[in-house]
Design a protein around this ligand. Structure first.
Ligand code: MG
Length: 286
């Protein structure tokens, strides 16, 4: 079972502004907004990129407890049948994504911000440059497991390590951030901020934007759903395709913690993972 400290994780954030030309989708859904309709109506030409935590799975106190909204694997498989490209692009390891989602037919899994991927044919690929940092990441993980304050959680991910402070006191949260910054400075690993968390990653230049650039290239219709600052490069890559002539849509999945820099890049704002998945189901239904 999943739990969430917040009473209504689907509720849109007070003060989160929908862009002037944007569309807001409430938690109970309102059908498919016009900006999203090309993903449904031109599916065979479309590439769709989906974040996992906060987008396909509600945010929970314990990262290990995160589970996809019911029906997500089946919806992904339907999307994979209809669309040219469907990719789940996450900070999680691909092995985690595979366990949580299965391996939906026609769906590409990109983990650790594109450092490791499982292609639609099942091929596992890891970034060779990032692989050279595995020992450094292991050392950093050991230091953080030793030094992280009570209440902070260290999540080893193989080629990266995340520290979460959702359940920590404000003082412990500050200590956790200092511990991560010290390890980053000493090791050369780069810090990727997230929701009540920060992650240390190899400095290899891969991010969600590079995944979108690579898999979205040449697709006339491109879309992305995301909820966090790590999704900003993916949104920027989608918007670059728009500037190059593609039909593009960015969908921010928001709650009370949503980063304004992501919302500012969104064409459509959806209130929470359940509403995001309902919208995806409508796209999948054709
Ligand atoms: Mg997310």
């Amino acid at each position: 079972m999943t739990t969430s400290r917040r009473k209504s994780p689907q509720a849109p954030a007070d003060g989160v502004a929908v862009p002037a030309d944007g569309v807001a989708v409430p938690a109970d859904g309102v059908g498919v907004p016009a900006a999203v309709a090309p993903l449904r109506d031109r599916a065979a030409e479309a590439a769709l990129f989906l974040d996992y935590d906060g987008t396909l799975a509600p945010i929970v106190d314990e990262p290990a407890d995160a589970r996809p909204v019911p029906g997500v694997p089946e919806i992904l498989a339907r999307l994979g049948e209809r669309l040219a490209v469907v990719a789940v692009v996450s900070g999680r390891p691909v092995a985690y994504l595979e366990e949580a989602l299965g391996r939906p037919s026609g769906v590409h899994l990109a983990g650790l911000y594109g450092v490791e991927e499982i292609d639609v044919d099942g091929t596992l690929r890891r970034d060779a440059a990032a692989e050279q940092w595995r020992g450094t990441v292991a050392d950093a993980t050991a230091v953080l497991l030793r030094d992280a304050p009570a209440g902070a959680e260290v999540e080893p991910k193989g080629l990266s390590v995340a520290v979460h402070w959702r359940r920590a006191s404000p003082a412990a949260a500050g200590e956790a951030q200092q511990a991560v910054a010290a390890v980053a400075a000493r090791t050369g690993l780069v810090a990727q901020p997230g929701r009540m968390s920060v992650e240390l990653r190899p400095p290899v230049g891969a991010d969600k934007g590079t995944v979108v650039e690579r898999l979205g290239a040449g697709r006339p219709v491109v879309g992305c759903f995301g909820d966090d600052v790590g999704d900003v490069p993916a949104f920027e890559a989608v918007l670059a395709f728009r500037h190059a002539g593609a039909t593009a849509v960015t969908v921010a999945v928001v709650d009370t913690e949503s980063p304004p820099e992501l919302v500012a890049l969104a064409d459509v704002v959806v209130a929470g993972a359940e509403a995001a998945v309902a919208l995806l189901e409508a796209v999948a239904a054709g």
